[in-house]
Design a protein around this ligand. Structure first.
Ligand code: ATP
Length: 295
């Protein structure tokens, strides 16, 4: 696997506020890597450091296995804040200015407007766009120059569900083209739907990282009741198809190992002499899990 970004023991403080602490993670080519955390957890600071906008106090990072320089920088498109577009100029003219600033040919502008579904509005003035279109234009400006890595800070912030879905589609289409994408978000749903990998930040600490499917996997919880709950709990704790058993009020809450069914649990209990008077399967939401992680 080719490493695109390697972050080693990065720390950054603002005066006596330690914004990120000893952060290490690696992003490989083709991954959509989410930095997920509540407000103030250090996501923007992390992105600003790896884009060389802020200097870290300790630690280092490498892009494409080399330190950041102007050639490396050109391979990375970034969106940390909404760019200042000219309100009375058309989308086309605004992106021409972006191409000039980036010193890249204008050829990419049509592609960038096409990917972001704005071609039809090419000659409209910027100030006639909806909020969702403005955000898509901001992403289009990142795509001008066709960078192989996209770094996006809260790309769906403030958008309605339709705007959210449109931005999500853009990110997915870019990922399908093999681009590497790093995005910061405080929205669990966004990360779950868009990202292949995630690093979860809490008050500047990296508390967990890995594949989204593994880290944010939803465990189903089965709530059961029977006579003599203590004995049932002891029995289930010995069963190899049971991941966890917890007391939950008058119930036992059971998490099964993957591939096991509620019917199997019921049968097993019956064979061991326990008749279950209640069996209730509840999906544990990602929200619950995320809140547990950052609690
Ligand atoms: P948000 O989603 O609210 O932008 P975030 O996860 O991106 O949050 P950061 O903006 O990186 O978090 O902030 C991390 C910590 O650093 C916070 O405690 C914040 O108050 C502090 N901080 C950020 N920028 C500055 C600054 N320029 N001066 C002082 N403190 C700052």
């Amino acid at each position: 696997m080719e490493k695109v970004l390697e972050v080693n023991q990065l720390s950054k403080s603002y005066g006596n506020i330690l914004a990120i602490k000893n952060l290490s993670f690696t992003v490989n080519r083709g991954e959509v890597y989410g930095l997920l955390g509540p407000n103030g957890s250090g996501k923007t600071t992390t992105l600003a450091v790896i884009l060389d906008i802020l200097k870290a106090n300790i630690g280092n990072y490498r892009w494409f296995d080399q330190p950041m320089d102007k050639f490396t920088r050109r391979r990375i498109g970034s969106l940390l804040e909404t760019p200042n577009f000219y309100p009375y100029l058309s989308l086309w003219d605004n992106l021409k200015i972006v191409a000039k600033i980036k010193d890249v040919p204008e050829d990419d502008i049509n592609d960038a407007l096409g990917v972001t579904n704005l071609l039809k509005r090419k000659y409209s003035a910027y100030n006639t766009l909806s909020l969702g279109m403005k955000q898509r234009l901001a992403i289009a400006s990142v795509l001008v120059g066709n960078p192989e890595v996209l770094v996006l800070d809260e790309p769906t912030n403030g958008l309605d569900p339709e705007g959210f879905a449109e931005v999500r589609n853009i990110i997915q289409s870019q990922a399908n083209e093999g681009k590497t994408i790093i995005l910061a978000s405080h929205i669990l749903d966004e990360v779950e739907k868009v990202c292949s990998h995630v690093a979860i930040l809490k008050a500047g600490d990296l508390i967990a990282h890995g594949r989204v499917g593994e880290l944010l996997a939803t465990d189903d919880m089965v709530y059961i009741q029977s006579d003599n709950l203590d004995k049932l709990e002891q029995m289930l704790k010995q069963a190899d198809f049971v991941k966890r058993v917890l007391k939950a009020d008058k119930d036992l809450a059971v998490i099964l190992e993957q591939g096991n069914s509620v019917a199997g649990l019921n049968k097993y209990c019956f064979e061991k002499g326990f008749i279950l008077s209640k069996i209730l399967l509840k999906k544990q939401s990602l929200e619950d899990q995320f809140l547990q992680l950052v609690k």
